[in-house]
Design a binder for this molecule. Structure first.
Ligand code: C5P
Length: 238
C-alpha cells in the first residue's frame, strides 16, 4: 500500500536532485522522474534512486506508433520502476502494445501502466481551439479513460476534478493519479485545474503527484509533511 504523495523530481541534473533528496535524510519516498531529469541524465538516475530505496514513477508519457512504444517499454521495463505511462491520445492499440512490451521486458512484477488523458495544464478552451476536440473536457477525459481501461492499462493520469466520474465509468480500483496539486498558499503556476491535497482526497484521487509545492518550497521537508498530513493515510485504492 503506497500512502505517500509522489514527489515530482523536476530537476535538470542529478546533483540538484541529490541535494534536494538529502533534505529527506533516509526516508523512503515515492518519486516521479520526468523527461527533464531522465532525458538529460539517463538510466543511471533510476539506478541511483533505486539504491536509495525510493519507489519510482517514470513519467515519460510515450506517444508513438504501437511497435515503437512496445519496444521502448520492453527496454524501460528492465529498469525496475514501479509505474510508467503513455499518452492515451496514442490510441488503444498503442496502449495495449505498451502493456505487452512491459510484460515482455519484466522478469518480476510488471510496472503499473498509466495513460495521460488531457494534461492538467490544458484548459477546455485550449482543447477546443488547438486540438479541435469539440466535446467538453470531462467528456474527452472520460473517453480516454475508458479507452485506457479497454487497452488493459491500470489507470490514468488526470485532474482531481475528473476522478469521481472516472471511478464511476471505470471502477474504483482503476487508478486515478492526479498532478496539479498545490498547498493553499502556493501559486497554480501553469496548471489550470488545481486542488489541495485534502481536496484531492475528497474528490477521489488514488495517488497525488506534487512538484513545485514541495520542490520550490523554502522548507521542502516541512512542505512534504504538510502535503502528507493533508493527504491522509488511507487513500490508496491499490
Ligand atoms: O510542479 P507541479 O506540481 O505542477 O508538477 C506536476 C508534475 O506532474 C510535473 O512533473 C508534470 O510534468 C506532471 N504532469 C502534469 N499533468 C499531467 C501529467 C503529468 O502536471 N497530466
Amino acid at each position: 500500500m503506497e500512502r505517500e504523495p509522489i514527489i515530482a523530481l523536476d530537476f535538470p541534473t542529478w546533483k540538484e536532485t541529490e541535494r534536494f533528496l538529502q533534505t529527506f535524510s533516509n526516508e523512503s519516498l515515492y518519486v516521479k522522474v520526468g523527461m527533464e531529469l531522465y532525458l538529460q541524465n539517463g538510466p543511471a538516475v533510476i539506478e541511483k534512486l533505486k539504491e536509495m530505496n525510493h519507489r519510482i514513477f517514470l513519467d515519460l508519457k510515450l506517444h508513438d506508433i504501437p511497435n515503437t512504444v512496445q519496444q521502448a517499454m520492453k527496454g524501460l521495463a528492465n529498469l525496475g520502476v514501479d509505474m510508467i505511462n503513455v499518452h492515451a491520445a496514442g490510441g488503444q492499440k498503442m496502449m495495449a502494445a505498451a502493456r505487452e512490451g512491459l510484460e515482455q521486458g519484466t522478469s518480476g512484477k510488471r510496472p503499473l501502466l498509466l495513460a495521460v488523458t488531457q494534461l492538467t495544464s490544458t484548459s477546455e478552451e485550449q482543447m477546443h481551439s488547438e486540438q479541435l476536440i469539440p466535446v467538453s473536457l470531462e467528456e474527452s477525459v472520460l473517453h480516454y479513460a475508458k479507452l485506457t481501461k479497454a487497452a488493459g492499462c491500470d489507470g490514468v493520469v488526470c485532474s482531481v476534478y475528473e476522478a469521481a466520474a472516472i471511478s464511476e465509468a471505470c471502477g474504483i480500483d482503476f487508478l486515478k493519479v492526479t498532478p496539479g496539486i498545490r498547498l493553499k498558499e502556493d501559486d497554480a503556476n501553469d496548471q489550470k485545474r488545481v486542488a489541495d491535497p485534502a481536496g484531492a482526497k475528497s474528490l477521489g484521487s488514488s495517488m497525488i503527484v506534487v512538484g513545485r509545492s514541495i520542490t520550490k518550497a523554502s522548507e521542502p521537508l516541512e512542505a512534504y509533511q504538510k502535503v502528507k498530513q493533508q493527504w491522509g493515510e488511507n487513500n490508496y485504492a491499490k
